[in-house]
Design a protein around this ligand. Structure first.
Ligand SMILES: [Zn+2]
Ligand SMILES: [Zn+2]
Length: 257
């Protein structure tokens, strides 16, 4: 990750390739910040994802480009934020600029190299407590920001944690679910319902249910979203099969210590 930021006095950063941030502030109301997470969802970022990633629900939204990627520019009274998914490195980026002395976000974006280096890490993907599974799942595969396990016709996929907040309610979870279903390799995802549920390690969660296709065959899926307070990350995990799968195996995910 490379970017040219202004030489403001206050700095903070966590320069981890999978999940990090860099912030510069001048101490009198101007700041720029860029943050990123491994994000296995395919395709360009949708406006609703950009809004959820920034909390800018009522900002003006414009389509633009950053480093060759489709991006959403969100602008409000305080400043402007660019959100884009870099499919070359499998990460979601958020670049914000606010205050009178901060450079324009579009100018900052011209200095961004989001996929200059080969990313070695798959991100903060939860482990699975095998003893807690209750069924003989076996390792299936690992990808950028994902790990999958299978048991007969059931497949569960756990995704890398994201710094962005969890969906705030069942409706938001239903809207957010299809892109994660696509990240699990399914097509034509539709969400039928969502409700509050028990998540892994005692975290409150939202469960979403729906249908999708796998190589032309109809499948049913159950997806969990939860926020891990210990790690300050939002996690998603899905299980699918021919019949509506029980979410219980997803509770074997271990997001923190
Ligand atoms: Zn990129
Ligand atoms: Zn946790």
């Amino acid at each position: 990750m490379e970017i040219l930021l202004p030489a403001f006095a206050a700095k903070s950063e966590k320069d981890d390739a999978a999940s990090g941030f860099i912030e510069r502030a001048d101490g009198s109301g101007s700041r720029v910040a860029i943050s990123w997470d491994v994000d296995p969802r395919p395709g360009p970022v949708a406006e609703k994802v950009a809004r959820a990633a920034t909390g800018l629900a009522s900002a003006e939204a414009l389509r633009t480009q950053v480093a060759g990627h489709e991006a959403i520019l969100l602008r409000d009274m305080r400043g402007a934020t660019l959100v884009w998914r870099c499919e070359k490195s499998g990460r979601l980026f958020r670049l914000a600029s606010e205050g009178p002395r901060a450079p324009d976000v579009a100018r900052l974006a011209k200095t961004v190299h989001c996929h200059a280096d080969r990313l070695q890490t798959n991100g903060d993907v939860p482990a699975v407590a095998m003893a807690a599974l209750g069924a003989p799942f076996r390792f299936a595969n690992r990808g950028r920001g994902t790990i999958s396990w299978m048991n007969e016709d059931e497949v569960m996929t756990l995704f890398a944690g994201q710094a962005v907040p969890a969906p705030r309610d069942a409706d938001a979870a239903r809207l957010a679910a299809p892109e994660w279903i696509a990240a699990a390799g399914l097509t034509d995802a539709r969400a039928d319902g969502a409700e509050l549920a028990q998540g892994p390690q005692g975290h409150p969660a939202i469960a979403v249910h729906g249908g999708a296709s796998l190589d032309g065959h109809a499948v049913r899926w159950t997806l969990l979203f939860w926020r891990c307070l210990q790690r300050q990350k939002t996690f998603a995990a899905v299980i699918f099969g021919q019949k509506t799968p029980d979410a219980a195996p997803l509770l074997a995910a271990r997001c923190h210590g």
